[in-house]
Design a protein around this ligand. Structure first.
Ligand code: FYN
Ligand code: ADP
Length: 582
């Protein structure tokens, strides 16, 4: 029975009442949610107003996808589900890309959308923004729930929180029909119906025999390698992971968002010897990294296989909270299922304080290769070409991040992404936020807003000019909340680069080409922020230093040689035309 139909005899004249609006807000607050990322409109406008009035921070965006991306990355940064709030059908759909991306990346997030009247939706009678949103969301997230009665709001939010953060984290959809918000119920009963979730992401302890199996395999390794993924960053297990790396002396390779888990300058980092260590290693310890496309599925030429599908001969130890991740691409010889913190702690306990170092030949081969690559990179970075290119511009960003290791770095694009990943060292965990598992464009401004809100630190967003376009309108949001975000657009006049020609010879420019010399910095000025037009590394450096010092919203339009980019960056092989030639 719905709460507003409950017999009035249960209430005295004076007994205070509450309603759906208040119960949603109270349930979120009770569970430690501090910020809602969203976009107001029917039917959730008043929810955003009331939430703000009751002490939740409401960050209001210009497009739901950016609000959703903000919530998702807030989830990654904090380990608490990021909450995104949208209107019904179209607003919900706009948020759904971010929800699906969060699920794919294992970021905990809850997308809450208002929805139209169930009776009309289910009979398909044509309501305002009519859509069966739960049905649509289901296949794109970990779980989807709908709450119809005010007294179930507490349970609905508890289930959403548990689903988002327990086990493998991911996106959850929570459907709140318009009618729910005005449903009234006795305030005391309402309070009693709320649930403060106890231990939302319980530790999962690995089985002792699985730990022993992993240690036995590792002990026999001649060329061991540790591979750190963003799951390890999310798990906040950096202290024990560092001990594991240092006690074993095993070289490690960070995936993109695991950079900084240990400082990239750590003596055991093999990041600059990637294409050497993957095919050469004999035992690989995967910690919170999946053997997906970013790791060539654990096989093929990247791993020393004789053709693109062949196994390279490596044995794998995989630490992951999801048992079904094991064997998803190649055989996992020692699966270690549990939360990363518990698994790494169990490995350390099983090892004792002494563990044999890897053979010296392996270490010298890896670090010789790494040192050569680092020296080669240093030579390239020292050049000062005219016009500026990715390397000379990123040399500046590299210095600025080194001087400000607490700053957050957001990164998207193709070349702008790939060059930044290998050039800009990270020094602290969870500081680098990027396109992740899907290689999705459009995360930039949403991530930048949340990075500033959640950390309070300055944010540097290194953006390809194409990538920026997907979320560029949020510079207004950045100015409105006066966030310390410095957007740097690597402007080479197009997708990949600006020199492509129309292959048909017509008047239109090529599909990958943009307006030449676009003045992106004026977008930031339009909303009261600082715009900088930078054609040299010195101008870029000054712009970045000023932005970090002043904490003013800043957009630096960094003009890059328009011939500098390569098609698809470092993933050219995935482009069908290139793949066909192989
Ligand atoms: C790395 N490298 C370095 C350093 N760090 N050299 C010198 N100094 C330092 N500090 C070297 C490293 O050894 C590699 O050279 C190269 O730089 C690139 O390193 P990276 O980035 O680790 O490796 P790679 O091959 O690019 O990584 C593969 C990948 C990555 C799939 C994990 O490309 C990736 O994350 N791609 C995501 C792409 C994406 O999502 N794009 C968005 C779509 S854009 P070698 O060892 O010589 O190889 C739409 O078009
Ligand atoms: P990357 O892209 O950096 O390689 P992935 O997103 O592929 O990283 O992998 C992250 C993995 O981490 C996922 O398989 C996920 O199940 C796992 N994971 C996330 N959080 C935890 C945790 N707390 N404990 C164990 N595994 C985790």
């Amino acid at each position: 029975m719905s709460a507003n139909l409950a017999p009035v005899a249960h209430h005295t004249e004076e007994s205070p009442m509450t309603d759906g609006f208040n119960l949603v807000i109270d349930a979120l607050k009770l569970n430690g949610i501090k910020t809602i990322y969203g976009l107001p409109g029917i039917p959730i406008t008043d929810l955003t107003r009331k939430a703000q009035a009751q002490g939740l921070r409401v960050i209001s965006f210009r497009h739901e996808q950016n609000a959703g991306n903000a919530a998702a990355i807030a989830g990654f940064m904090t380990g608490q589900p990021g909450v995104c709030l949208t209107v019904s059908a179209p607003g919900f759909l706009n948020g759904l890309t971010a929800l699906a991306n969060a699920t794919t990346n294992c970021f905990p997030m809850i997308l809450i959308s208002g929805s139209s009247e169930r009776e009309i939706v289910d009979l398909q009678q044509g309501d305002y923004e009519e859509m069966d949103q739960v049905a649509v969301a289901k296949s794109l997230c970990k779980a989807a729930f709908r709450v119809l009665h005010a007294e179930d709001i507490g349970v609905g939010i508890a289930r959403a929180i548990r689903s988002a953060v327990s086990g493998r984290p991911g996106g959850v959809y929570l459907d709140l029909p318009a009618k729910l918000f005005s449903q009234a119920m006795d305030a005391a009963a309402g309070t009693a119906s709320l649930i403060q979730v106890v231990d939302p992401a319980p530790r999962q302890i690995p089985a002792p025999d699985a730990v022993q199996r992993a240690l036995d395999l590792l002990k026999g390794a001649k060329k061991p390698l540790i591979l750190l993924g963003k799951g390890a960053a999310y798990a906040r297990a950096e202290a024990d992971i560092r001990t594991l790396v240092e006690r074993t002396g095993i070289p490690y390779l960070p995936m993109s968002m695991a950079k900084g888990l240990l400082p990239d300058t750590h003596e055991l980092s093999a990041a600059a010897a990637r294409s050497y260590v993957l095919p050469e290693a004999d035992v690989v310890v995967l910690i919170g990294a999946r053997l997906n496309w970013l790791l060539s599925h654990g096989k093929g030429k990247t791993w020393g296989g004789k053709d693109h599908k062949a196994w390279g001969g490596q044995k794998f130890i995989q630490i992951d909270i999801s048992p079904t991740e094991m064997d998803s691409n190649v055989r996992i010889d020692a699966p270690l299922v549990g939360d990363i913190g518990s698994c790494v702690a169990a490995l350390l306990a099983g090892m004792g304080t002494q563990w044999p170092k890897p053979p010296a030949e392996w270490l010298s081969a890896v670090f010789d290769r790494r040192n050569k690559n680092v020296a080669k990179m240093a030579e390239t970075l020292a050049k000062d070409p005219k016009p500026m290119n990715f390397h000379s511009a990123l040399n500046v960003v590299r210095d600025i991040v080194k001087a400000n290791p607490d700053a957050m770095l957001v990164n998207e694009g193709a070349n702008a992404l790939d060059f930044t990943r290998s050039i800009v060292d990270m020094y602290k965990p969870r500081k680098r936020l990027d396109v992740g598992t899907w290689g999705v464009m459009g995360i930039g401004m949403g991530f930048a807003v949340a990075a500033a809100v959640e950390s309070g630190e300055p944010v540097i967003a290194i953006e390809g000019d194409s990538a920026f376009g997907f979320s560029g309108m949020e510079v207004e949001t950045i100015c409105r909340y006066n966030l310390p975000v410095c957007v740097v657009i690597f402007n080479n006049n197009g997708v990949y680069r600006g020199t492509d020609k129309n292959m048909g010879g017509g008047d239109d420019v090529a599909p990958t080409v943009f307006v030449k010399d676009a003045r992106y910095e004026k977008m930031m000025e339009a909303f009261g922020g600082v715009g900088v037009y930078a054609t040299t590394p010195a101008e870029l450096r000054k712009g970045l230093e000023d932005a970090i010092r002043s904490r003013k919203p800043t957009l630096i339009n960094a003009i890059i040689d328009e011939t500098a980019g390569t098609e698809s960056g470092r993933i050219t092989s995935l482009n069908p035309a290139a793949a066909a030639k192989k």
